[in-house]
Design a protein around this ligand. Structure first.
Ligand SMILES: [Zn+2]
Length: 122
């Protein structure tokens, strides 16, 4: 085998590793990091893989939403909103629609789905 061929193989391997790496980077933010956003402002960024079981109370103009984190999942446990749509949406599924409480301007969504949100975290 000539030196050139070995160099070419190394180049191909490095190239493939680079692609694999960027795919991993693209996939990683999806599924673990969750943002709780109110009026476009990120209130909490939670990594579901490391988060403790807990509930968070978030107030909006005297109305309270209670967000529950349990076993690496997140949902709207209770909400003082007229429609209760957010509560009925249940647990947030990876890659699925964010949980949105329109009356209270609150949403729970996976991080990395928008450039603006990324900019806020970093
Ligand atoms: Zn709601």
């Amino acid at each position: 085998m000539s030196k050139q061929k070995i160099l070419m193989i190394i180049c191909v391997v490095v190239f493939l590793l680079g692609i694999a790496g960027s795919i991993l980077v693209l996939l990683t933010p999806h599924g673990t990091q969750v943002n709780i956003v109110q009026d476009g402002i990120v209130l909490y960024t939670i990594d579901l893989t490391t988060a403790q079981d807990q509930t968070l109370e978030i107030e909006y103009k005297g109305r309270t939403n209670i967000v529950q984190i349990e076993n690496g999942r997140i949902r709207m446990l209770e909400a003082e909103c007229p429609d209760q749509t957010c509560v009925h949406m249940g647990w947030l599924d990876s890659g699925a629609m964010p949980i949105v409480c329109l009356p209270n301007h609150l949403s729970i969504e996976y991080a990395g789905s928008g450039d603006n949100i990324d900019a806020v975290i970093r």
